[in-house]
Design a protein around this ligand. Structure first.
Ligand code: GAR
Length: 377
């Protein structure tokens, strides 16, 4: 069977848009994607029933039970990761998502808004309120908009719009219903299919040749420079900030070279076309198993998306199994992006389990997923 893009639908209420998506998948309007989970921000939302009736996993991450937006989003991310969701559809989802969240899934989230953006949109304009305001203003046409979601509420690129007549005597409820029937339930599935098709068709850029070399003392300046260019949120809290050349010398001599000599770890600089672009290492850790090691890495942002990490992970894991006597290598994704999971999976890691509690430290979401790669022994 052809691969389908995994879709998560986020809801808060009745879920008629969710129903339209489910029906569209059944009828083949959505052919390039499959709904793998429904996440509700409200316990008891009827949308959850619709998901269950359709045999789709339904999860509640109740906004009101979460102390902060970061807590709430950590719960959502966990559910998304568990289901391997690649596309997120907001279908009557009544919370505004943070910049961290929307960046993490950039160009992968779409929303349906029940008005013609830029009218009657933004913070405070949701559900019936949108139609009340449209009627108050006396507009003669309203409609619906499907758009990509970015950090600006209702501000992402518009993908589709459809106008709907306002009739004399309309109430917010009658107008809402007409806009749903004539616009939302049609536009949203069509936009979902388009996005999934685009993702399936995306051509992977060719991976440049990746060569791993051992860190040497003379690389200290380069290492400090690279770390200086990486967003701190992609780095462990243990890495000094600011990171000086002295810190780099310490890492190279005391961590990397010693680890290599004592066979407690393998540490390499990642080079592409002779240029050093990142670091990758596997260190003995104890972890879930005493013959266990943990993998860590970072890469200059301009080299993302080229498969470099996948290639580097394959090479370093082979080396680690050979030199360290370990039988397991684990990866933890602390990064607020999906890259590391993809890297590890492509390098042959299997999702071993997810530590249930994503947690927040210093305002950052730590989504403690554990992946394991076990050598057949
Ligand atoms: C829909 O009209 C949707 O466009 C709107 O809420 C309704 C949810 O209905 N969404 C927003 O206002 C988001 N800002 P549903 O739960 O039956 O799909």
């Amino acid at each position: 069977m052809d691969r389908k893009v995994k879709i998560a639908v986020l809801v808060s209420g009745g879920g008629t848009n969710l129903q339209a998506l489910i029906d569209a998948e059944r009828s083949g309007i959505i052919a390039s994607g499959e709904i793998v989970c429904v996440i509700s921000s409200k316990a008891g939302a009827y949308a959850l029933e619709r998901a269950k009736s359709a045999g789709i996993d339904a999860v509640t991450v109740a906004r009101k039970d979460c102390a902060t937006l970061a807590d709430f989003e950590a719960g959502i991310v966990q559910a998304l990761e568990e289901h391997g969701a690649e596309v997120i559809i907001l279908a009557g989802f009544m919370s505004i998502l943070s910049e961290d969240f929307t960046r993490r899934y950039s160009d992968r989230i779409i929303n349906v808004h029940p008005a013609l953006i830029p009218s009657f949109c933004g913070k405070g304009y949701y559900g019936l309120k949108v139609h009340e305001e449209a009627l108050k203003k006396g507009v003669k046409v309203s409609g619906a908009t499907v758009h990509l979601v970015n950090e600006v509420c209702d501000g992402g690129e518009i993908l589709a719009q459809k106008a709907v007549q306002v009739k004399d005597g309309d109430t917010p409820e009658t107008l809402q219903r007409r806009i749903m029937e004539q616009a939302e339930w049609k536009l949203l599935p069509e936009a979902a299919e388009k996005l999934c098709r685009r993702i399936l068709g995306e051509k992977k850029p060719e991976t440049p040749e990746v060569v791993l070399e051992k860190w040497e003392r003379k690389d200290a300046e380069t290492l400090a420079e690279i770390i200086g260019k990486i967003d701190r949120k992609y780095l462990s809290d243990r890495i000094p900030n600011p990171y000086t050349e002295n810190d780099a010398v310490w890492f190279i001599t005391e961590t990397a070279q010693k680890g290599e000599a004592e066979k407690t770890g393998v540490f390499s600089k990642i080079t592409v076309g002779g240029k050093t672009v990142g670091n990758i290492s596997v260190e003995k850790s104890g972890g879930l198993n005493e013959r266990c090691a943990v993998i860590g890495y970072f890469l200059l942002p301009e080299y993302y998306g080229k498969g470099i990490m996948t290639e580097a992970a394959k090479q370093i894991c082979a080396e680690a199994f050979e030199k360290l006597g370990v039988i397991r290598i684990e990866g933890r994704t602390f990064e607020p992006n999906m890259a590391s999971r993809r890297v590890l999976e492509k390098a042959g890691f299997e999702l071993e389990g997810i530590l249930k509690n994503a947690y927040i430290k210093n305002g950052k979401v730590y989504n403690a997923c554990v992946y394991g790669l076990t050598k057949g022994e």
